[in-house]
Design a protein around this ligand. Structure first.
Ligand SMILES: [Zn+2]
Length: 264
């Protein structure tokens, strides 16, 4: 399976907390995976409607906080076209959760099955419209595939096997940020890539002596639905990164420095 790293929506520019890497805009880190089951998009970032008519689809206070650049050439559909693929060949979309910056592009792929944890779908439908859940992103009636958080052991986490997808792609539930937040594991033939969504925001949070990012930490603590579960998830991810560095490469949705390392 060939894996492409895409940034589907730059946002507010961030400074690192240490000397070294340059400042960079926060990203929406998505994966495009070429499989025998067609193209699989892991996360959508913002979609065409979001960048063209943000007032119609996004909450104004979220736009002010995240400061998205709203460029059409950064949407997943335009990047997929530029790589020479037909967007209609995207058969599956997997979302870590249904916050706007993770599912805004769903309307651009109406033909795709959309894989999500059932708890997240229930919360989104029950709470929308809200700052985080915007019904415009699923008004087209996606072909939802919703899963309970049960499955086999995966490095001490639970692995949920999405229907119709190869065993090299799994949902790894990571609770705390939203009601049904999940990571997504994709095997590249050598090792696992683990998209952790918003389970953490800054690469230094996985260090032995964790360090939060002053801006991103405001966002992650403000957005959490269960503080205890979020902190526990992050501590388990820290152990995973420490104990299985040879087997698993972890990254989060918005850290531009992780994206820079992996996208090259
Ligand atoms: Zn996010």
């Amino acid at each position: 399976m060939k894996i492409h790293h895409l940034n589907c929506g730059s946002m507010r520019r961030l400074d690192p907390t240490y000397q070294g890497p340059p400042s960079a805009p926060a990203v929406n880190h998505c994966l495009l995976v070429e499989t025998d089951s067609g193209l699989v998009l892991v996360e959508t970032g913002l979609g065409l409607d979001d960048v063209r008519h943000p007032a119609d689809t996004l909450d104004p206070s979220w736009v002010e906080m995240a400061a998205p650049v709203l460029r059409e050439d950064e949407t997943a559909i335009r990047q997929i076209e530029r790589k020479g693929f037909d967007p209609n060949d995207v058969r599956h979309v997997i979302v870590t959760h249904l916050d706007v910056d993770h599912c805004g592009g769903l309307p651009d792929f109406p033909q795709a099955a959309v894989h999500v944890l059932a708890a997240e779908l229930r919360a989104a439908v029950a709470e929308a419209p809200s700052r985080r859940y915007r019904p415009a992103h699923w008004a087209h009636g996606p072909q939802w595939r919703a899963y309970e958080s049960t499955g086999d052991d995966w490095f001490g986490f639970t692995a949920v096997q999405p229907a119709g997808l190869p065993e090299e792609i799994k949902l790894i539930p990571m609770s705390g940020h939203t009601a049904g937040h999940t990571g997504v594991a994709v095997h590249d033939g050598t090792r696992w890539l683990l998209h952790c969504g918003d389970a953490y925001y800054y690469h230094r949070e996985l260090d032995e002596s964790p360090e939060v990012h002053p801006i991103l930490d405001i966002v992650q603590t403000g957005a959490e639905v269960d503080h205890g579960k979020r902190v526990d998830t992050q501590s388990r991810l820290r152990m995973l990164a420490r104990d299985h560095a040879q087997d698993v490469t972890l990254f989060s949705a918005h850290d531009p420095w992780e994206f820079g390392r992996l996208a090259t």
